[in-house]
Design a binder for this molecule. Structure first.
Ligand SMILES: [Zn+2]
Length: 177
């Protein structure tokens, strides 16, 4: 599984289930795929869990976190499931502490980091599909400056300003960042 295929898998899932209706809701896609999606109070340092038991996956996100963060964590855990990261490990609980949106550690070529990067790329592409982002930017850039556009996009897609900025930068849609 490459980063590019993690991104395109997410884009396809978002397009199949959401078309033009934003924001993309990871919990709805998860349930359509037969994955239980729970929002529960978890320890403060935990963002989300992927529980694999008897061949079934359950996603649990921390109710104590901001809504945007919950959505990103849920999409990240969905990525682990869809990309088959833990499919062969039998009964397994994957714990994500502080899902770092920006993760460029030098050890990123190691297996565990790679799956985290793939899950983050999946989450960004799922929540901010490139076609939808471009369409919104084309409309907004007529009227607004870059900071206003980022602010408005983060509300449309229900993601943090940071996640939106990273996404726009990766898509080369920002001039000054
Ligand atoms: Zn993870």
């Amino acid at each position: 599984m490459s980063l590019q295929s993690a991104r395109s898998t997410a884009e396809k899932l978002a397009a199949t289930h959401f078309c033009d209706r934003l924001p993309v809701r990871p919990e709805i896609i998860a349930r359509k795929l037969g994955i239980a999606y729970l929002i529960e109070p978890l320890a403060e340092d935990i963002d989300g869990l992927l529980i694999v038991k008897g061949g079934r996956s359950t996603i649990c996100v921390n109710k104590g976190k901001h809504d945007n963060r919950q959505r990103f964590s849920g999409a990240h855990e969905l990525g682990h499931h869809v990309l088959g990261h833990y499919a062969r490990s039998g009964n397994h609980v994957h714990v994500d502490k502080g899902v770092r949106i920006l993760r460029r550690s030098p050890s990123s070529s190691e297996g565990t980091d790679l799956v985290e990067i793939e899950a983050n790329q999946f989450a960004a592409s799922l929540l901010m599909p490139s076609t939808a982002v471009r369409k919104e930017v084309e409309m907004l850039e007529i009227l607004f400056d870059e900071d206003e556009i980022i602010d408005k996009l983060s509300k449309i897609f229900e993601v943090s300003i940071q996640a939106m900025t990273i996404r726009l930068t990766a898509m080369r849609l920002l001039q000054s960042h």
